[in-house]
Structure formats: C-alpha cells, structure tokens
Design a protein around this ligand. Structure first.
Ligand code: BGC
Length: 490
C-alpha cells in the first residue's frame, strides 16, 4: 500500500514537471516566434531602405533632370529652382534677422570696407513658441518684430547709426519663397510643421514691415534670403571656391551658383556677373528611384503637407526619429517587441526626436546604457534586454544611412549640373560645398556616412577636388552681408 502511494506521488511529480517543462518550452517558442517576426520587420526595412551605388546614381541623375526642368519654366518640376536675385556679393551697417524652424535669431553686424567682412557682431537666439507655428500671420510677424525691437534696444554703441540713416535688415526666411526682387517675395508654402494659412501667397517682407511699424521700429528690409542662399553668400565671401550650400537640419535644402544663361525662365536682363544663385528647394524633390517604405508613406499621409517635401522627409532631422518610432511601433504591435503591452508613449507621433535617435546610435558602451536610458526616459520602456537594444541601434543605423546616402546623391546631382563631377585635363579647380544645420553638425554617424558616400560616388580623383566645409551659422552672416550689399546708402 505504502509503495503504491509513493509510486503515485512520483507519478504526479513527474507529470507536473512535464507540464512545467512544456509551459517553459511553449513560452520559449512564443518568444522565438515573436523575435523572428521582429527580425523579419527589421530585415524588410533594411532591404527597402537599400541605397546601392547604382540607385544613388539614378537618384543623382533624376535630380539633374528635375533641375533642368525647374530652371526651364515656373512649375516645370517639383523642384522649384527659385531665383534668389542674388548675383553679386557684399559691404554698410546691417542687421539681420533669421527665422528657422522654431528659432529666431538676430545678428547685428557692422560691415567694413569692400574687402572686410563683418567687423562687429552681436547675436541672440530665441525659440518661436509652438502655438505661433500654426496660428496667424500677424501673430508670427508681431512676435518676430517684438523680438527684433528687444534686440535693438540692448545693442552696443558700436552699432549706432550716423544721423539720417535708417537701419537695414537682411531677413533670412527658411521656407520656399517666390522672390520678386532681392527684397520681396511671396510664400509658396510652409514646411517643417509650420502651417499658417493666411501667410501663404503673401509677401513676407511686407508682412514683416507692417509688423515692425506696429512695433514702432524704423527699419527697412534690404535683402530677403533663404537660409541656403545666406549660407552660400557667407561661405563664398570667405572662400571663393564655394559653389553650393546645403542645409541639413530640421529641414533640408540646397542653393548653388548657376550660370545665368542656363536659366531659361529668367526673362530679366542678364546680371553683370553672368551668374545667379538658385534656391533649389530640394526638399520637394521626388523620384521613383527614392527608396520609400510603408512607414514613409504613412508618415507623409499623416503630415501637414502630404505629397510634398518627400526628399526632406527621407533625409532631414525633423523626420528621422519619427521613422524609427514608426518601425518600433509596428514591432511592438505585431511582434510584442517590448513585451505583451504596446508601450503607450510609442504611439505618440514625433515623440522620438532625431537628437535622441542620434544619442542611441552613437552609444559606444558595451551594454548600451544610453539606449536603455533613452528608451526609458523618452518612451517609458524599461527592462530591455541588450539584444533588444542592439536591434534599436541597428534600426537607427538603417534610417540614418539611407538619409545620409541620399543627401550625398543630391550633392552629386548639383556637382553634375555645374560640371564639377569630373576633373578636366590639367584642371585642378577646387569646389567647396558650404554645409550647415544641426543634423550635419551633431549627428556624426550621418555626416561621416554622407562624406564617405560622396567620395564613393565621385571616385578617388574627383573626390580630391571636392570639399565639404562646415559653415557655422553662415546663413545669418551671409544674409547680413547681402543686406549690406543691397543697402540704400551705397
Ligand atoms: C525649407 C527651405 C529651407 C530648409 C532648411 C526647408 O523645409 O523649405 O526653404 O532652406 O528647410 O532650413
């Protein structure tokens, strides 16, 4: 009898053990299945984001075709190729105000003689409150004018004007503007999350001038300048080899020096210099060669400007983090990548900013401690395994690599258009690209990849003739110099 009981107990224990083992096995199988699904999503993303050299060359060629079309006629291409009315370079006393994405900066400079740059500068920067980015035109321009008034009120004595002269202003406006002269132009559309309907189609200089009057500021805008054009002017002023400027920041764009006869849509007198700076607005470039994924399409559909700024949405700082978030969300929803519950924060659009993505991508610690911290602080995801964190880094790499390689293809397009993608016999002409923007400046994996890709595209011999130079806030200085060169008092 006793023996039977023992046998029965042993049997029960064995069955319980088997059940537990089966449960463990089941859980493991479930985990493996989820992991495999997550990896499938990453792999698919990697494939779809592929940018082999052949594809990049196709993108560059498509860019050249669109550049020609945009120069041929107004509306001839998605690439606006806007005429900047900048055909010469700088000197006076100038004040410059620039508005970027959510920042407004004022630089004041005293400009010396013909060969002297800004001899004195004062600089201040303030954020544009988010509600003004989607409010009314008057509210935005009143804010800019009020900040300008504050800046002028605290300026140093060295900026005092001689009697009878008014202060002049270079206005950097980092949005697409159809210029009607060096100091006037209508806003084509907003980008980068701005949406102020009553400003579209209006002359932004007239809007600012009215706002300055309301503030009692006696000033005249003598140059209206896109940030790329300002960067180009500032860059070229210090280095004559500068032929183009690229901004890789919240948004992205490029400007370059075009030969005036190569602009069929220009019907005015040919400028004496024979050249004209073109604001490409390359952010709006679109081509069937661009490697777009389901995440890009969804982000575009849900954006304030669907169908527009497709190139910008692939390469610029406003969007890279958001693309990563979208992939992570799909992995959380379809592969329980972060556990059984989808982390609620992961559902918030634009919560993962590109600087956070960059910090994760650059995490050099062996246990990816920074990735762990960012996932926790930004997305409230804790207890991630090292394996999970590695995948997050891999995803950042996929998205940043695609963006930077495409940006390099864009630069190749410009070099092709101006005939600097080849070295002619005996010609050792150097070509410098002035580069600015927080993405380029702070996301070193991105900038490194961009430079390597450009070298790869150009080949060894040509690469030696092309330099990328970082122009730190070149756009404000350039705008100030342009304002000076178009001064009423010269
Ligand atoms: C704007 C451009 C600007 C670029 C960089 C884009 O979104 O359309 O005008 O140059 O951002 O700031």
């Amino acid at each position: 009898m006793e023996k039977k009981v023992v046998v029965a107990v042993v049997c029960v224990a064995a069955v319980a053990g088997a059940v537990a083992a089966a449960a463990v096995m089941k859980r493991k199988m479930k985990r493996d299945k989820r992991w495999a699904k997550a990896m499938e999503i990453v792999k698919e993303m990697e494939e779809k984001c592929g940018t082999p050299i052949g594809k990049l060359k196709q993108v560059a060629d498509a860019m050249v075709v669109e550049m020609h079309a945009g120069l041929a006629s107004e509306g001839g291409s998605k690439l606006k190729m806007l005429i900047s009315y900048v055909d010469n370079l700088p000197t006076g006393i100038v004040l410059c105000v620039g508005s970027w994405w959510n920042k407004l900066s004022c630089i004041e400079g005293a400009v010396g003689g013909k060969d002297v740059g800004l001899v004195n500068q004062e600089f201040t920067e303030v954020s544009i409150p988010p509600n003004l980015m989607i409010g009314t035109s008057d509210a935005l321009f009143d804010y800019i004018a009020a900040e300008l008034a504050k800046f002028v009120a605290q300026e140093g004595q060295e900026f005092e004007l001689p009697p009878g002269k008014h202060r002049e202003l270079g206005f950097t406006f980092s949005f697409p503007v159809m210029q009607t002269s060096i100091a006037s132009g209508t806003l084509v559309r907003w980008t980068k999350g701005f949406s102020i309907d009553d400003a579209v189609g209006e002359d932004v200089v007239a809007e600012l001038t009215r706002a300055m009057k309301r503030q009692g500021l006696d000033m005249r805008v003598s140059a209206l300048v896109n940030d790329t054009v300002g960067t180009l002017a500032g860059g070229k002023y210090s280095n004559k080899d500068v032929a183009a400027a690229v901004i890789l920041g919240t948004g992205s764009n490029a400007a370059y020096v075009e030969s005036a006869p190569a602009i069929p849509k220009w019907h005015g007198d040919l400028p004496k210099s024979g050249e004209m700076v073109i604001n490409m607005e390359w952010g709006n470039f679109k081509s069937s060669h661009l490697p777009l994924t389901e995440y890009d399409h969804a982000m575009d559909d849900e954006s304030l400007n669907p169908g527009e700024q497709i190139f910008e949405k692939l390469i610029s700082g406003m969007y890279l983090g958001e693309i990563v978030r979208r992939v992570l969300l799909k992995m959380a929803e379809e592969a329980a990548f972060f556990g059984d519950i989808v982390p609620p924060k992961l559902k918030t659009p634009f919560i993962l900013r590109t600087p956070d993505m960059s910090a994760m991508h650059h995490d050099a610690s062996s246990d990816l401690i920074l990735v762990e911290k960012k996932l926790k602080d930004v997305l409230e995801i804790s207890n991630t395994s090292l394996q999970t964190r590695k995948v997050v880094v891999e995803l950042c790499n996929i998205v940043a690599t695609r963006g930077s390689r495409l940006a390099a293809a864009g630069i190749l397009g410009i070099l092709k258009k101006i005939g600097r993608d080849i070295v002619k016999d005996g010609d050792e002409q150097r070509t410098v690209i002035a580069m600015d923007g927080g993405l380029y400046e702070h996301y070193s994996e991105y900038s490194k990849c961009l430079e390597n890709t450009l070298n790869e595209l150009l080949g060894e011999e040509v690469s030696k003739t092309i330099m990328i130079e970082h122009a730190n806030d070149g756009s404000g200085i350039g705008a100030a110099l342009l304002a000076a060169s178009h001064s009423l008092y010269l």
